[in-house]
Ligand binder design. Structure first.
Ligand SMILES: CC(C)(COP(=O)(O)OP(=O)(O)OC[C@H]1O[C@@H](n2cnc3c(N)ncnc32)[C@H](O)[C@@H]1OP(=O)(O)O)[C@@H](O)C(=O)NCCC(=O)NCCS
Length: 198
């Protein structure tokens, strides 16, 4: 485990993963309010600025190594400003974590989300030595599933109507990745093997 607070060196070729700040609230409100972005997520749009300010304050005060959710802010190295976020929920025993991710529409389709998630995966499985990562998504959320498979996750299960989401039963797809699988799978993935995540 690294000796820092868990935020040092969280960079990739194009991105920096950092703690949230109050200045991130307007961008957070904007992309969380987009109906396409929120379609398969637990919140309802729009997300008012005041609510985003509260979220940003809560996220900024989190401990990335404590059990429960910690939200990383993602920005480009060359242009300041929030482009998306990645949530990591560590288990009580600290050996497992669940991931979630959300990117602003104008920053999707450019590989930024995959690049950021690949960095988090390497951080958790290699640097922090967690045993297992998991993620779930609505079966209709093809972009999310594609991202997870690109980063090296295994599709483990399809829970028919396993999720009550926004007034309907929906299928839940579950993904997993073990530390022992990481190097083999990451070498095969397009993000694999490069120091710094990419
Ligand atoms: C899920 C989500 C993060 C995926 O974002 P994304 O931008 O499609 O994912 P990636 O970063 O992996 O980008 C891949 C795309 O960028 C393209 N791309 C362009 N330049 C690239 C580059 N330099 N490197 C890699 N991919 C690149 C790829 O070809 C691919 O396009 P395709 O989907 O048309 O094949 C995004 O759709 C999102 O935020 N959705 C709303 C929130 C949500 O549902 N989250 C998941 C909840 S479970």
């Amino acid at each position: 485990m690294k000796g820092d607070d868990g935020m040092d060196g969280m960079e990739t070729a194009r991105l920096v993963l950092r703690r949230f700040t109050p200045a991130d609230a307007p961008a957070l409100a904007a992309y969380r309010s987009d109906p396409e972005v929120s379609r398969y997520q637990g919140w309802e749009p729009p997300v008012p600025l005041a609510e985003a300010e509260e979220l940003a304050a809560t996220f900024s005060a989190g401990d990335p190594r404590a059990p429960g959710w910690f939200q990383y802010a993602v920005e480009r190295r060359d242009v300041p400003g929030l482009i998306g976020d990645i949530g990591v929920c560590r288990s009580e025993d600290g050996r497992q974590a669940q991931l979630g991710f959300t990117f602003a529409p104008e920053f999707q389709g450019q590989g930024y989300a995959g690049e950021a998630v690949a960095r988090i995966v390497r951080f958790l499985l290699v640097e922090e030595r967690l045993h297992r990562l998991s993620a779930g998504c609505d079966a209709r959320n093809v972009r999310s599933a594609k991202l997870l498979e690109r980063v090296g996750f295994r599709r483990e299960g399809h829970l028919v109507q396993g999720l009550w989401m926004k007034g309907e039963w929906t299928d839940d797809v579950v993904f997993g990745l073990l530390d022992s699988e990481y190097s083999e799978r990451s070498e095969r993935s397009e993000y694999g093997g490069t120091p710094g995540g990419r």
